[in-house]
Design a protein around this ligand. Structure first.
Ligand SMILES: Cc1cc2nc3c(=O)[nH]c(=O)nc-3n(C[C@H](O)[C@H](O)[C@H](O)COP(=O)(O)OP(=O)(O)OC[C@H]3O[C@@H](n4cnc5c(N)ncnc54)[C@H](O)[C@@H]3O)c2cc1C
Length: 505
């Protein structure tokens, strides 16, 4: 094992931006229309966009109404869903969003809010011809209180740009994910995105201090508080966190931003069994305590994918399982001491046989890219059946094994990786192209398996279009009835992101 050395905090932003963009532009094949692949979904009784509507939009947003080359807005990142929207609107302000929604609500024109379009459940693209409302141009920082670490910004700010901005003030953002070069903070809030820092900073339900959203009728709901404590009435902002564009369009958010860590170290370790991964996790919580900032795992099939599809070399020899541990803090020698103590223990006790610790930025970058580029690497196989579930740690890897046994040679590979620290497994199956036979073998078996073990069928990606019918696997009938009532209260004409999150009414 390399000796543990401190290294400066690394900025992975540039790399990730390049990777996500490179991937988006390198795969231009046309995907089957969602309405064809899912013929059971019927278009709602919505208006059809007319030339007069386009003219009105042009008056509301001069020069920011797109009607040509909309393929990128109609197709999701995974290339699994494709709508047929004829128009994309690009507002710059809350007032403009309000004007658009007021008009669409009166005309009963359905809309789909879109941020960075990195969502993985088909929620950010139209199913039929819904109008896309993109937050791309709503990318202004509104204010920063350096003392409290409170940032207020528009919903279209790209996550990585916010992180760059905050680093000038020795602050950071409490959320980090592989798509940060493209995803928007509004999209993150709308999906209640998790990511690799959730272990350290908790979920967006705790870190979003306030938000502003435009409701279906154009009314602006101003809950853009910057207070850490505010117990006056129902906490309405929470309803929007994870609502996936079905209750309103988030136009601005207020975030609690922690101090930027001064030092970061990354260890990449090999384990012989999944039980050992759990034992190492337990030890890391015990011995690293407050400096532990990420605990990720990937299996040997993930590593094979990394080597074959991404042409990245493993820094250590082959193992059945790997863990990536990140520590970050404000005192290098203190953090180093803790990491050394932890590593000595896991190596000395035989839990870990081989590993490496990053001592330079390029190596840290390399280790993180093996984990963060997995989503991209999977798509090189053709089609990816993507699942992100929460499971008790005792059943965590059992699902990967059950799917491998069930699917056998029907799929190219079954890959398991994820945020062990949050009980969040990313399970991915690939095949050269979409196959209903494979799909029928996976669903609903996989969801039944998760429900039987009291897990959740979506840990962080949400339900979107693809998973809405399976909501009952994770929520009771009475809870879904209440959700439908809430939806009707906020959006009586059901114009906001139809066919998403909830089963048909
Ligand atoms: C490589 C890669 C890695 C990823 N890693 C993670 C991860 O670790 N953790 C995780 O949770 N997710 C992850 N994701 C999924 C995705 O990045 C997140 O769901 C992200 O939060 C989506 O943000 P976005 O701006 O791209 O939203 P979009 O994809 O544009 O939209 C997602 C949903 O939010 C709605 N929406 C978007 N903006 C708004 C708004 N302003 N108001 C209301 N509704 C809105 C859309 O209608 C849609 O339903 C990853 C994706 C990729 C491609």
């Amino acid at each position: 094992m390399n000796s543990v050395k401190r290294c400066c905090i690394m900025n992975r932003t540039v790399l990730q931006t390049i990777l996500v963009r490179q991937f988006q532009t390198s795969t231009r094949r046309l995907v089957e229309l969602t309405s064809v692949r899912y013929p059971n979904v019927k278009r709602g009784q919505y208006g059809i966009v007319q030339n007069s509507d386009i003219a009105t939009f042009e008056r509301l947003l001069p020069g920011r109404v797109l009607t040509d080359s909309l393929e990128g807005y109609n197709t999701d990142w995974l290339k699994t869903c494709r709508g047929a929207s004829q128009v994309v609107l690009r507002p710059k302000s809350t007032e403009e969003v309000s004007g658009i929604l007021k008009y669409c609500n009166e005309k009963k024109l359905a809309v789909v809010p879109q941020g960075g379009n990195t969502g993985l459940v088909g929620g950010s693209v139209p199913v039929f011809d819904e109008i896309v409302i993109s937050t791309q141009l709503m990318n202004k920082i509104i204010s920063l209180d350096e003392i409290s670490g409170t940032l207020v910004c528009q919903a279209g700010c790209v996550l990585a740009s916010i992180e760059d901005y905050l680093s000038n003030y020795k602050l950071t953002i409490p959320i980090d994910l592989g798509a940060k070069g493209s995803c928007h903070i509004g999209g993150n809030v709308a999906t209640n995105a998790g990511g690799v820092r959730l272990l350290r900073y908790g979920s967006l339900h705790g870190n979003v201090l306030g938000l502003e959203a435009v409701l279906a009728d154009g009314e602006v709901m101003d809950c853009l508080s910057t207070l850490r404590k505010d117990n006056t009435g129902y906490d309405l902002k929470q309803l929007f966190i994870g609502s996936e564009g079905t209750l309103g369009i988030i136009t601005a958010v207020s975030l609690n931003c922690p101090q930027k860590p001064q030092t970061v170290s990354v260890a990449f370790l090999g384990c012989q069994s999944f039980q050992t991964v759990l034992d190492v996790f337990k030890e890391s919580r015990h011995r690293l305590g407050e400096v532990l900032s990420a605990f990720e795992f990937m299996d040997s099939q993930s590593m094979t994918l990394v080597k074959e599809n991404l042409k990245l070399a493993s820094p250590i020899e082959d193992f059945p399982y790997y863990v990536l541990i990140e520590t970050s803090g404000s005192n290098g020698s203190h953090d180093e001491e803790k990491l050394n103590d932890f590593l000595e223990h896991v190596m000395g006790s035989g839990l870990v046989e081989d590993g490496t610790v990053a001592t330079e930025l390029t190596k840290i970058q390399h280790i993180w890219s093996m984990r963060e580029r997995l989503a991209e690497g999977l798509l090189h196989d053709g089609y990816c059946y993507k699942y992100d579930v929460s499971l008790p740690l005792s059943s965590f890897y059992g699902l990967v094994e059950a799917m491998r046994e069930r699917l056998g040679a029907m799929v190219t590979r079954v890959v398991g990786y994820g945020h062990v620290g949050d009980g969040n497994l990313h399970l991915n199956l690939t095949s050269p192209e979409y196959s209903t036979e494979v799909m029928d073998k996976i669903e609903p078996f996989l969801y039944d398996w998760v429900a039987e073990r009291k897990g959740s069928i979506s840990a962080e990606h949400g339900l979107g279009f693809k998973k809405r019918e399976f909501i009952y696997h994770s929520k009771s009938k009475s809870a879904v009835v209440l959700m439908k009532q809430i939806k009707k209260t906020f959006d009586p004409n059901m114009i906001l992101n139809p066919y998403k999150v909830l089963p048909d009414f």
